[in-house]
Design a protein around this ligand. Structure first.
Ligand code: 8YV
Length: 308
């Protein structure tokens, strides 16, 4: 019974897995190496960025579990997994705070131009006069696309900034105290900040398109901490080029780790390398959950955090 590591994982998790199981790393296997072990691979461990295709699942006849190091499992062909009787687990909950924290950080950083202000000092410009004025965040209107665990955590934080919060989702959640606007251009139009918190995948591809960005408007800021695929990146670049939106804060991109040059070196765009869940504390918890799921499967016990 082989555990196949298909993507980068924290060293401590890799060490723990290899202590307990017969662990192979896909990146280190030639095609013939892989063919030689394929019949014995029962568990595949992947992450939020990697892609697990139907073809790959089909090439591993003994596969029983795909454990995702991350909450988003849009990279895994879950329908194919189901067809092959393969369970999928992920790491929900433990990273919610970190992702929400970074979302708020990006919102503040873009609006108050914190990165540009630091560059201003470092480039020796302060002596010649003060930095440009920026835009207020507190009390502004925040629109959230995707009101799941992370969207709600962002909304709770934004409430402390006295923001007026509305959201869109597949359906209204009547238990929430925030206003529901299902139509995305309408949501964008009533927002100063638009946060993308919807999961990736076919159902949300390019949800934030030119029409949504136009509705957000020249004073509006887009923040994306979910998946690059949810935003039409070309439309975003064009909206920035033509000043049809005010700025953007982006932790995720369409073709990571490639980041279009046209999103770089802009005073009104703050970019981070898909790091929202990357704190020591949270990466430890994510590792623990991956390990618990794999251990549960080998012990014949119920999985801890299967995908719905
Ligand atoms: C990544 C993420 O999984 O949780 C998610 O969905 O995108 C991240 O936490 C992480 O970067 C590891 O690949």
């Amino acid at each position: 019974q082989i555990v196949l590591k298909q993507a980068g994982l924290p060293d401590a998790l890799t060490a723990e897995l290899s202590e307990r199981y017969d662990l192979y790393e896909l990146a280190q296997l030639s095609d013939s190496d892989l063919a030689a072990i394929a019949g014995n691979v029962t568990v595949v461990i992947t992450n939020g960025e990697a892609v697990v295709t139907r073809e790959f699942i089909g090439s591993l006849p003994a596969l029983k579990l795909i454990a995702v190091f991350g909450v988003g499992y849009d990279g895994v062909d879950v329908a194919a997994a189901r067809d092959h009787g393969v369970a999928v687990t992920h790491t929900p909950g433990v990273l919610t705070d970190d992702v929400a924290d970074l979302a708020i950080g990006l919102m503040l950083t873009v609006s108050r131009k914190i990165v540009a202000a630091q560059r201003f000092i470092e480039q020796g410009n302060w002596q010649a006069g003060g930095f440009q004025w920026t835009r207020k965040v507190s009390g502004k209107r925040l629109g959230i696309i995707g009101m799941g665990r992370i969207g709600q955590a962002i909304a709770r934080r934004a409430s402390a900034f006295d923001m007026q919060i509305t959201y869109s989702d597949r359906q209204e959640n009547a238990a929430l105290p925030w206003g529901y606007i299902s139509d995305l251009p309408a949501l964008a139009q009533s927002s100063d900040f638009l946060m993308v918190c919807a999961p990736g995948g076919a159902g949300t591809k390019a949800l934030v398109n030119q029409a949504v960005l136009e509705a957000l408007g020249p004073e509006g800021v887009l923040i994306n901490i979910s998946r690059g695929s949810v935003v039409d990146e070309a439309a975003l670049i064009s909206a920035l080029d033509t000043h049809r939106i005010a700025g953007a804060g982006l932790d995720v991109f369409a073709d990571e780790p490639q980041v279009p040059v046209s999103l770089q070196q802009r005073d009104n765009v703050v970019i981070t390398p898909h790091m929202a869940s990357a704190t020591w504390e949270t990466r430890r918890e994510m590792s623990r959950l991956v390990l618990e799921n794999v251990n549960a499967w080998f012990a014949g016990q119920p999985l801890v955090t299967p995908v719905p």
